[in-house]
Design a protein. Sequence first.
Lengths: 164, 503
Amino acid sequence: MPRAVDHFLVNMQTKKDLASAICLGAFGIYVAYAAINLPYTSEFGPGPGFFPLWIGIGIVGCSLVMLWSCAFRGRIDGGEAIEPNRTGVVRSLGAWTAFIAAIVCLPFLGFAISLGVLTAFLIVVFDRRSPWTALGTALGLAAGFHLVFPVALGVSLPVGPWGF
Amino acid sequence: MDAIGNLLLGFSIALTPVNVFWCFVGVLLGTVVGVLPGLGPPATIALLLPLTFKMDPTTAIIMLAGIYYGAKYGGSTTSILLNVPGESASVVTCLDGYQLARQGRAGAALGIAAISSFVAGTFGVLGLMFIAPPVAKFALRFGPPEYFGLMVLGLTMVVFLTGRSVVKGILATLFGLWLAGVGTDVFTAESRFTFGRMELLDGIDFVIVSIGLFAIGEVLVNLESKTGAEIFKVPKGLRNLLPTLRDLKDSRFAFLNGSVVGFFIGVLPGAGSTIASFLSYGLEKALSRRADKFGTGVIEGVAAPEGANNSETGGALVPLMTLGIPGSATTAILLAALHLWGFRPGPLLIQENPNLFWGLVASMYVGNVMLLILNLPLVPVFAQILKVPYFVLYPAIFGISIVGVYSVSNSLFDIWMLGVFGLLGYLMRKLDFPSAPLVLGMVLGERLELSLRQSLMMSQGSLSVLVAGPLSAGMLIFAGLLLIMPMLHRVRSWRVKAVEQEV
């Protein structure tokens, strides 16, 4: 790999580590701050704030180590430089959004229909397959899950207005 | 000789047609329960308990125990094939099992899981048979400082789960420890980090986090690449689907490690099979010549935790039968069942009810053989699941994950959290943070805090109580040594490099 490309990728990894360290550091400060507002001791001994306070301090400490590593060593403990894949990230976040949308639909449509819709959406949008394949797969999966879990095993799942 | 005579008595009870039949029903149900997320062993046993009221108690306990250890066999299947841990103890199996599946060795991984479960399950029964009373007495010496030492020892396993960056591994562990603290404080009933949500007062269930991080995170990562690529390979021919002699040879120490660690952790009330599987995996990696390959699809990485998971069953029955102390949700239900049938589990149970105890022990031998016979032929069948096209497989994994999480407490809020942890799992992969230490921190967090605070209450705030006893001090020293080991290894490799450069 040419040195310039390698340098760019290492920088990418460093930026990711830097962002992670800053976010985690902020989270650690939040944990420690919230723990300070809880009693550190109680009449029985250590209080509910005792353990989280030290966890928060630990997170802040480790984040500082990460920041230090980013500043002085370029990247953490030999982490590999990975080529950025923006299209891939967009695809994954799109699939996650579809999954969240299916969760939103659960109380209204029930599990079977929500899963069917999610399946059809993923197949049509992400796989670019025919709507018939999507429909067949969605119906098959929804029916299969319904027959195995609620019907055969008696596992309760969110139901829609039509009872499944 | 007494034990042999008693075991013969046990076999005379366990091998009656009625008991063999119910033992088979139990292990079969257990395997199904283990394979399918949505129904755990405690729920299944609780559901079937009323049906056993008219049964002979020995027959009933044989069937219920069959469900218990049968579920342990089945739990590895979805971990290996789909990266969906069927139960908490199978999380570690995902690390190498799923990688083996991706390399086209799902059959070998499933086969070695079944064989390891058989070997370790049999070891657990032997332990239950020969050393139950003394081991149970030893377990009673475990007070809060000893449990704290054990939890710290468990946490040091993070060193073996971190991958490339130790700092990132420690950060993930700390996050897991924080997650374990979410909910109501057990000492003061004060709520912590619940953000005003009633649903969080009970804490966050471990199943939600592990399924989100492993299953949903994995699907999201796989969806990055355009479809069309073959993700899983399934070799043709039965011979290529089962473990090779080389696999068995590579796993011989893992069988032993899993058996011993699983049994002794099982004996300790409250420790549980999840800790046993993490510890045995860490130990296997620490002692392995190819430690750097762990996490990339190493057969011992499946054999050790699966063995520990199954051997733990025998261990968990020791305090239950000899002291009347249940160590887990499943054994608590078994304890309730024993009380309902009119037994009083305790030191006199074995003497007063030899038919029950020895019948159960013998049935566990029979059940383990049944499970091996039942599971090995199923390996090629299960491996075919990977031939399912990815456009069917991924939505199916989403569906299985929702079923698994919703069945925990029938809460839609839990499914929302599944979505959150799924995204977290994806981000952790993208940012090169290991997921396993987070899960480890979450598993050990509650018990770690509990034992530390109990210890400090006992000593009125003095930390010396943690090293006052030989057991706790020994475990803390061992944990320290385990932490130092990788550093020594690194220093050694630096020195070798420096010498090479000088030359």
